[in-house]
Design a binder for this molecule. Structure first.
Ligand SMILES: COC[C@H](NCc1c(COP(=O)(O)O)cnc(C)c1O)C(=O)O
Length: 322
């Protein structure tokens, strides 16, 4: 338990020649896919669980599209505290099974994450359990901020931009907290969503929080119909460029990344990769949103377990990709 870290690991920062070629600038990957439980979530969720355990928590209840639930199940197992995860019907059976293998109880409730969250909050109320929000809590953001501290320790120079995916905005809020910690507030963040899970983009356009009518993107792990108010606040504190990619671009990016780096990532994570593979970075430079000489950029490879080969083939068929 050095420096209070208990669950997450320091992840590698690796240069990707393939992504650098696609982006026209040097791209470093922050490999959150190798975290315990398979995604960056363990940083914030692990920290939250650790603090709750210190306060005598006896049972966790978490709502999740999948990856926050897996992080909760992992942390709860390490702490020896029971956990119940509530997931929507869009969460795959494989991910639910993984949670059960960690020893968590899993309940399926509703169609999208927002429905599952209502159920989780009700259980916390009636059972006196501690609820863990997947993206909207200061301790979650504080835990995620460790990612930026690690970038500061491992990169020779400040990156020209950081690319990340947005579901409910917890990763965004955590990265902004980290930039504030290390004094990199002038580093632009490119916040990517898939069309159909674009609650952050809608909020930025409207200048206020927006609740989407539904989640129609295949990237169900980005499927929060309304982002955290903290996420929108971040957009006024530093340069956050909200960008959308199509589901087809994200699924093609999964396959391209698998061939390029031999890593299989969730559609939620692939949204950020699609920004680079589809040439959107160069467009942002041509439009003047980003400087032409970026020197280097960091992409958060957030990982995610909502994918396997059969699922990838099914997504390609569903989207009419060859
Ligand atoms: C509905 O789901 C919200 C959350 N997934 C969020 C998520 C994100 C976006 O993180 P956020 O913006 O929600 O902090 C990125 N990349 C991956 C692989 C993710 O699973 C969850 O697992 O409950």
């Amino acid at each position: 338990e050095r420096d209070g870290r208990k669950f997450h690991v320091v992840t590698p920062v690796l240069e990707s020649l393939a992504l650098s070629k696609a982006a026209g600038t040097k791209v470093f990957m922050k490999m959150e896919n190798v975290q315990p439980s398979g995604s960056f979530k363990i940083r914030g969720i692990g920290y939250f669980c650790q603090e709750a355990a210190k306060k005598g928590c006896k049972h966790f209840v978490s709502s999740s599209g999948g990856n926050a639930g897996l992080a909760t199940a992992y942390a709860a197992r390490k702490l020896g505290i029971p956990a119940t995860i509530v997931v929507p019907s869009s969460t795959s059976e494989a991910v639910s099974q993984q949670m059960k293998e960690h020893g968590a109880e899993v309940e399926v409730f509703g169609k999208v994450w927002d429905d599952a969250n209502i159920r989780a909050l009700a259980l916390a109320e009636t059972e006196g359990w501690i609820s863990i929000h997947p993206f909207d809590h200061p301790l979650i953001w504080k835990g995620h901020a460790s990612l930026v501290r690690e970038l500061k320790d491992s990169l020779d120079t400040k990156p020209g931009a950081i690319i990340l995916s947005v579901g409910g905005g917890g990763l965004l809020a955590g990265v902004v907290a980290g930039l504030q910690d290390v004094g990199w507030l002038d580093v632009p963040i490119i916040a990517v969503e898939t069309r159909g899970a674009d609650s952050f983009n809608a909020a930025v356009r409207a200048g206020q929080l927006v609740t989407l009518p539904d989640i129609t993107s295949v990237a169900k792990c980005l499927g929060a119909k309304r982002v955290s108010s903290r996420a929108l606040q971040c957009a006024s504190e530093c340069q956050v460029i909200s960008q959308l990619v199509e589901d087809a671009e994200a699924v093609q990016a999964i396959e391209q990344f698998l061939d390029d780096e031999r890593i299989l990532v969730d559609p939620a994570c692939a949204a950020s990769l699609a920004l680079l593979y589809s040439g959107h970075l160069q467009r942002l430079q041509q439009e003047g949103h980003l400087t032409m000489d970026l020197d280097s950029i960091v992409i958060v490879v957030c990982g995610g377990s909502g994918i396997h080969m059969a699922g990838l083939q099914a997504l390609k068929t569903q989207l009419g990709l060859k």
